[in-house]
Write a protein that binds this ligand. Structure first.
Ligand code: NG6
Ligand code: CA
Length: 515
């Protein structure tokens, strides 16, 4: 008897403690889950094993796909980076903002200070917000002085913390920027950037092939950094220059540190991977791992990063209270300007899967990308055919956290993201290099565009044709049969909807020309 009493008291105490602890974790789970976007760069619909890739293994992306919702009709907002990222963060169609095009490293910030963004909305709900990785939405207001604090930038449009590369891995400046300041900059070796004119005496990819460890195929023949010729000219900043092979580890550590630091508050992290965009520079640990050359190797590297990042979330006990969205900013490309064996070593692998086109294309592979939501213990694993776009993340997440802020073109599809409904969008405007098309139900309509059918540099079909194109994605996922002449009424209906959303009325083809 004497022994039992303390035991009973102890178990009562424990039970109370557990309940309290349970409540503690339950309340934030219901109202303020952490939100993480893991955003790949140029990863195609067919580049992930969970999406059918058989010659490349992506076990960690698959872990998300197989334990969460794997969307088969999930779209990036554009077939290139800047417009996609603009739409992701603002919930606004990129064609509404004429500056939302692939930007040079010197471009001013294209998100206005007055504009609402995902991180701003989440901040107003008490979140800490961070970005680690690729930015490519412009910085400053023009004529950036890289040797002083660079602003406005991510911190001015909603991010409490930022650790970024300004544009792309193939564009100068090739430095990391933390909260507006170039990391490791020596004030005695200031950085100068110019996208038109070289600085006197500086070698370039064009004139100094002997200095290159990676050769350029098209573009990419300006300043040489780490033996790789880039887009744009850069002078100075020697100590601050990134080491390309370490970039994956650097961003991973940044993401892990951010999570560890902010695990006690609800947080939003935009982890923007640089792979498999050019130049593809796997860390030596990953060289040769895919058998497909650098493009495959950096996909393996990105997959590893995701695995390590998930481990951190697990170790910190955050997985049950975190919604992860994994997707890509646009479709795949093999030769995007460097000789890196992407074409030669592709073998049987199909980066676009069964889809037509690729990066830059109005065909499906331009914007239909891997799109996965994962939330341990909350999302039931499955596949969803619902039509959804990255543009919808704004209002969906706003709905999830109980914010009243909505974005213009963004629909609240949180039930779809959580796998509780298959009722996605009715229609979606697709974009590729300033051209637009319409997906509605199972139909895709591409209006006539001048310009080449194929971009011969990257060897990708762009979707340009003098005629209207109409495809049924259910019967013809590979977009081989143009039904525009056979199904006039459907074509008319599609054009009407398109013009209603897009605001184009009977504009001649010339005006819709690919710029
Ligand atoms: C193109 C580059 C390409 C890539 C792309 C941006 C050339 C010839 N091509 O202009 O290599 O950098 O811009 O890619 O310069 S994105 O994924 O950031 O949109
Ligand atoms: Ca991209």
């Amino acid at each position: 008897m004497n022994l039992k009493l303390p035991l009973i008291i102890l178990s009562l105490l424990l039970a109370c403690g557990c309940k309290e602890k349970q409540n503690d974790t339950l309340i934030p789970q219901r109202t303020k889950p952490n939100i993480i976007f893991i955003y790949a760069d140029d990863l195609g619909y067919g580049d992930v094993s969970a999406y059918g890739a058989s010659t490349i293994e992506t076990p960690n992306m698959d872990r998300l796909a197989n334990g969460g919702v794997r969307f088969t009709n999930g779209y990036a907002s554009s077939a290139t980076c800047t417009p996609s990222r603009y739409a992701l963060l603002t919930g606004t169609y990129p064609w509404r903002e004429k500056r939302a095009k692939i930007l040079p490293g010197t471009a001013p910030l294209i998100i206005g200070a007055e504009q609402i963004t995902v991180p701003k909305m989440l901040k107003s709900e008490g979140y800490h917000t961070g970005i680690v990785g690729k930015w490519h939405l412009g910085l400053g207001t023009g004529n950036v002085n890289w040797n002083a604090r660079v602003d406005p930038g991510p911190n001015e449009v909603g991010f409490d913390y930022s650790y970024i590369m300004a544009a792309t891995q193939d564009r100068v400046p090739t430095v990391y920027i933390e909260n507006g300041n170039v990391v490791g900059l020596d004030p005695n070796d200031p950085i100068e950037i110019d996208y038109d004119t070289n600085f006197e005496g500086q070698p370039t990819g064009k004139d100094n092939p002997e200095l290159l460890k990676m050769n350029w195929h098209h573009g990419h023949n300006n300043t040489i950094v780490n033996g790789i010729p880039r887009i744009g000219f850069m002078k100075g900043g020697e100590n601050a220059k990134w080491k390309d092979e370490d970039m994956a580890d650097t961003f991973l550590k940044g993401a892990q540190d951010y999570v560890k630091k902010h695990k006690k508050e609800p947080f939003f992290l935009y982890y923007a991977l640089q792979q498999p965009h050019v130049p593809r520079t796997p860390h030596p640990r990953f060289v040769g791992k895919s058998g497909m050359g650098p493009r495959g190797d950096v996909i393996v590297e990105a997959d590893w990063c995701i695995g390590e990042f998930l481990k951190t979330l697990e170790e910190e006990g955050l997985l049950e209270n975190t919604l992860i969205v994994f997707t890509s900013d646009n479709g795949p490309v093999l030769n995007d300007g460097y000789y890196d064996e992407a074409v030669e070593k592709i073998g049987e692998h199909k980066p676009a899967g069964i889809l037509r086109g690729g990066k830059y294309s109005l065909f499906e592979a331009g914007t239909r990308v891997p799109f996965i939501t994962y939330w341990k213990g909350k999302i039931k694993a499955g596949t969803s055919d619902a039509l959804i776009s990255q543009i919808d993340l704004f209002s969906s997440i706003s709905g999830l956290v109980g914010s009243k802020i909505k974005a213009k073109d963004s629909q609240n599809l949180i039930d779809v993201l959580l796998g509780e409904s298959e009722e996605g969008r009715e229609d979606l405007v697709l974009e590729a290099t300033s051209r637009t098309a319409l997906r509605k139900g199972d139909w895709i309509m591409i209006p006539p565009y001048k310009g080449p059918a194929i971009n011969s540099y990257v060897n990708i079909e762009l979707g340009n044709s003098k005629e209207y194109q109409l495809y049924n994605r259910k019967e013809d996922i590979a977009q081989q049969n143009n039904l525009s002449k056979m199904n006039n009424s459907k074509l008319d209906e599609m054009i009407k909807t398109f013009e209603k959303i897009r605001g184009i009325n009977d504009k001649p083809i010339e005006q819709l020309e690919l710029k």
